[in-house]
Design a protein. Structure first.
Length: 728
């Protein structure tokens, strides 16, 4: 007899099916006043066995296909009056596959008040598949008695019992088949076969030993198959791995199963060599860099077969249908929002993103717009795992965030502006309970965010610097109070910078650059040419660099002693300047500038403090973008005084289509950096396509030098991550 001692099974997989078996609608007419029948318990036992299997070795909670099984229900009248005849229905649910059915009905002739009876049903298991079976029973299923407490009419208790519901696995029986057999396979975790990044090779499936013999890894064979084309007439499945003569080869696996009835798992290592041969780009395609964004319909099937040929083979399809990209770069890590399955058109609930992310301490802070507004997402850089989020105030949009990380306290601080005019500050920390982000303060000022708003931090991370149409602000990161506000010069039109040693705040207002001390003293330089880049300093904070609309770049001294700022150097390497990034070692006066132009040009300029600009290199014209609208991103060398790789995003013509493109150049701008794609060396080139329609733009790339990860957001709300470890 089986009872509460039965082994546990997968409750989550079967709960829905069992609940469907026992939940009923009690809407009958009251026939017996005060009627209350209940099922107190169910008992299960094997009454006849036609097999030669050692029953004692299996245990009381197991049977063998072919056995006759007895299921009884203890039914009691808990009401104050006798009740007449009623039915008791018996059900089964196979908890692995979810298969559900009715075993039969028994009639109870009636019950006096307090009386109990045990209706019994015996069934032959010869036609049942091996597996784990949960049994349920329901008294008076058609409500012929007008029961006053219908919740206890079923065992396990029905849905109307709420928190008092019994666990369904109290009444289970593991049905085994003589020999070596396994249950249906269940993929343990979501398997993102069609994600944009690296092909996942490790797959874990949960399985039960539903045979009467012990199973080890050597008792199972795992085969892989694929086919191209999913619509009828679909191609036949072909082996995923073959030997030199074309014969199928097993996939590598690790299996843990054990004794009859035990649950276990199989870790399968997928091998994509055949897909590599099928999809490796032609040499001309590889040379052109057109190696990402195309897709062929491919379906994978994995088959697990108990050795010896007696056991039933079990298949997994990954998934039923999906797109497997023809060309996968080994540098792609993940895409956010994650694509765990395949979809038509867009794969995301986000609609747009207007600001680049911020990175600190292995975490990326990313703003994306969804159906209900802007959301600040917190993601793990290496995996894309979401650690937390914060929705913007209703109807408001967010600026780009800035963030810091303290390795001693393992805490993060992030600051983001909203169009209600405020700056919002949060602390981030991994906690056992609660949200990752905890609100610290809202800025006292409500006019900081106004139109295009730029946020930066002082070098010591104690001050937040903001520039907007309302002017420039210095904000205390401890409490959000405004330490300084400069509004008399009008709109700030580029990202400002702050010199900690002197407290000088440097801002650009259209064609004028100013340095302003805490005392109010200032210097200015009127360029008569609109400033189009951020204001960026060298490592020693002795020189400030920026570019203008006509293609000039300037170096200005950060010492403020007179009304006129000290111009150190100028140069016009490009037609128009749209972006500037600086490599300069900590405490160094010299620097190397990397500059981008709106017509797709890139330049490298060396700055020698005291001598001005000298060596200048303009990129070769090969496959460079036809337009660039953002500053480059730099992966710095170990000393931080030069770039190891420069990344740019822009637009390029692709036939009749203009598509966004991400490229990597060497530090001298003489050649593309290359990566290996399906065994072929190709330029580092990414041209996103979502659902066949590319986004309108890629935003400015962001490099995380700690994890060697490149991040770039697209205008349609996706965030892409790339592995740069090959450049370490």
């Amino acid at each position: 007899m089986l009872g509460a001692g039965c082994r546990k099974t997968r409750a989550r997989r079967a709960s829905a099916a069992v609940a469907a078996a026992v939940a009923v609608a009690f809407v009958g007419t009251f026939v017996t006043i005060g009627a209350d029948v209940s099922i107190e318990a169910i008992q299960i036992s094997v009454v006849e066995s036609s097999t030669t299997v050692d029953r004692a070795a299996l245990g009381l909670d197991k049977a063998v296909v072919g056995d006759s099984v007895r299921v009884s229900a203890r039914v009691q009248n808990e009401g104050s009056a006798a009740v007449g005849q009623f039915d008791v229905d018996f059900f089964f649910t196979e908890v692995i596959s979810g298969e559900h059915g009715k075993l039969g009905t028994q009639v109870v002739s009636g019950l006096e008040a307090g009386e109990e009876k045990r209706p019994v049903i015996v069934f032959d298991t010869s036609t049942f598949s091996p597996g784990i079976y949960a049994f349920s029973a329901e008294a008076d299923p058609r409500d012929e008695l007008g029961d006053t407490n219908a919740c206890d009419n079923a065992a396990p208790l029905g849905l109307c019992a709420g928190t008092a519901a019994e666990r369904f696995d109290r009444y289970t029986l593991t049905l085994l088949r003589e020999g070596k057999h396994i249950s249906e396979l269940q993929v343990r975790d979501a398997f993102p076969v069609c994600r944009m990044g690296r092909l996942q090779t490790s797959l874990t499936v949960d399985v039960y030993n539903v045979g009467t013999e012990r199973l080890s890894g050597s008792d199972l064979a795992v085969w892989g198959y694929y086919r191209q084309g999913l619509n009828p007439p679909a191609n036949e499945f072909a082996p995923l791995v073959t030997d030199a003569t074309g014969n199928p080869v097993q996939l590598t696996k690790i299996a843990s199963l054990g004794a009859p009835g035990d649950s276990g798992f199989i870790i399968i290592t997928l091998n994509y060599d055949v897909l590599s041969r099928l999809f490796a780009p032609r040499s001309d395609v590889a040379e052109a860099g057109d190696v990402l964004g195309r897709a062929n319909e491919v379906q994978l099937r994995l088959t697990v077969q108990p050795t010896g040929g007696a056991g039933t083979a079990r298949d997994i399809f990954l998934p039923d249908a999906f797109q497997l990209s023809s060309y996968y770069s080994t540098v792609d890590l993940w895409t956010f929002p994650p694509r765990e399955g395949c979809c038509e058109g867009t794969c995301t609930e986000t609609s747009s993103v207007a600001v680049e992310p911020a990175v600190a301490g292995g975490v990326v802070f990313h703003v994306a717009r969804g159906a209900t507004g802007d959301v600040l997402h917190v993601l793990k850089v290496t995996t894309g795992e979401e650690k937390g989020s914060w929705p913007a105030p209703s109807g408001k949009t967010l600026t780009h965030p800035v963030a810091t990380y303290d390795p001693e306290t393992l805490s993060y601080h992030v600051y983001v502006g909203a169009t209600d005019g405020k700056i919002y500050a949060f602390e981030g920390m991994d906690r056992d309970e609660g949200d990752f982000l905890i609100s610290l303060w809202q800025s006292a000022a409500t006019d900081v965010v106004d139109g295009a708003t730029y946020l930066t931090l002082s070098d010591d991370k104690t001050k937040l610097i903001a520039g907007s149409e309302a002017g420039a602000f210095v904000i205390d990161v401890a409490d959000g109070k405004t330490l300084r506000k400069i509004s008399q010069h009008g709109e700030v039109t580029a990202a400002p910078t702050y010199v900690d040693a002197t407290g000088a705040l440097w801002i650009a207002t259209d064609e004028v650059v100013r340095g302003i001390l805490p005392s109010g003293s200032e210097c200015s330089i009127d360029l008569q040419d609109r400033v189009t880049t951020d204001l960026v300093a060298n490592g020693a904070r002795t020189a400030l660099f920026f570019g203008t609309q006509s293609g000039f770049i300037y170096a200005v001294g950060t010492s403020i002693g007179t009304s006129a700022c000290t111009q150190l150097a100028d140069l016009d390497p490009l037609r128009t300047t749209v972006g500037l990034a600086v490599a300069s070692g900590e405490g160094e006066d010299d620097a190397i500038l990397f500059i981008t132009s709106d017509i797709g040009e890139m330049a490298r300029v060396e700055y020698d403090h005291g001598r001005g600009f000298r060596d200048s290199t303009v990129s070769v014209r090969q496959l460079e973008p036809s337009a660039i609208a953002a500053a480059p991103a730099l992966l710095l060398n170990a000393d931080g005084d030069d770039a190891a790789v420069m990344f740019v995003s822009g637009l390029m013509r692709d036939g009749r289509t203009t598509r966004p493109v991400l490229q990597a150049w060497d530090a001298d701008l003489e050649a593309y950096e290359k990566v290996t794609v399906w065994g072929t060396s190709v330029p580092f080139l990414f041209k996103p396509t979502e659902g066949g329609s590319p986004p309108s733009a890629l935003l400015r790339p962001v490099v995380d030098g700690e994890t060697y990860t490149l991040l770039v957001a697209s205008s349609d709300g996706l965030l892409y991550a790339f592995d740069l470890s090959q450049f370490e």
